[in-house]
Write a protein that binds this ligand. Structure first.
Ligand SMILES: [Zn+2]
Length: 245
């Protein structure tokens, strides 16, 4: 079985762990593809200097990550050089009070995605209606990562040409209705969102969380692992195109 981690931060993890070894072990456990995000200039450099057919990377100016030092010109260059599969993660986040700057960077990057016909990986925390009103103006394909907001927000965002990731954030008791809705709509992929900030000392390979996540999702929903991964596979084919599983 070939599995995809639809959203992670391998270059960020590489600051503190030997990612090549982690990737080999993950591959031996069936996780063979990683849609990984770059949010710092040094992370872009890591992806460019570690080409690996298991990894497709995206890059973006994050709405709420202080260490993000990417500038629009960096993203433009990566688009021109056809290095990235998507723009992101980008979006709006109510944890950052600088809303005017977020709006400007969000629109600039959506314009860029339109110009280069690239999908967009979205980080949306709060501001769901505003994000929806902005996103619907673009004829783009979206991967809404880590969504754990309200059902109303979900119902609005799903009207877009969007896929959603299932992460540990919606495996909690108070998110069960949202998880059920995401599962029944069958527009999902699974993600770890792993970064160096989320690792635990007792965990030798955090990439293997993807297997645990799918197992947990299967036992709480009653849907078999095979069925869940088959749906993810279909969605990945639609979203990634050249990035073959
Ligand atoms: Zn992320």
């Amino acid at each position: 079985m070939n599995l995809l981690d639809a959203h992670c931060h391998l270059a960020n993890l590489a600051d503190v762990m030997n990612v090549n070894l982690l990737l080999d072990e993950a591959e031996a456990n069936g996780i063979t593809r990683f849609a990984s995000s770059a949010l710092r200039k040094c992370e872009v450099e890591w992806y460019l200097s570690h080409p690996d057919q298991r990894i497709a990377f995206s890059a973006g100016i994050h709405p709420n990550f202080d260490e993000c030092d990417l500038e629009l010109a960096d993203i433009v260059r990566l688009c021109e050089q056809k290095q990235i599969w998507a723009i992101g993660e980008i979006g709006l986040d109510n944890g950052n009070p600088e809303i005017a700057l977020q709006r400007k960077q969000f629109s600039q990057q959506l314009d860029l995605a339109s110009d280069f016909r690239l999908p967009v990986v979205l980080h949306i925390v709060g501001h769901h209606s505003e994000a929806y009103d902005t996103l619907k103006k673009y004829p783009l394909s979206y991967l809404i990562h880590g969504y754990a907001g309200s059902r109303e927000g979900y119902n609005q965002l799903k009207r877009l040409n969007a896929h959603f990731t299932i992460s540990s954030r919606i495996m909690k008791e108070d998110k069960i209705d949202l998880l059920k809705a995401v599962l029944s709509d069958k527009r999902f992929l699974f993600e770890t969102d792993i970064t160096q900030y989320y690792i635990k000392e007792t965990e030798p390979n955090p990439l293997l969380r993807l297997n645990q996540l799918i197992d947990t999702c299967s036992s709480s929903s009653g849907i078999s692992v095979e069925r869940l991964t088959a749906i993810q596979h279909q969605n990945a084919k639609a979203l990634f195109k050249d990035f073959v599983l």
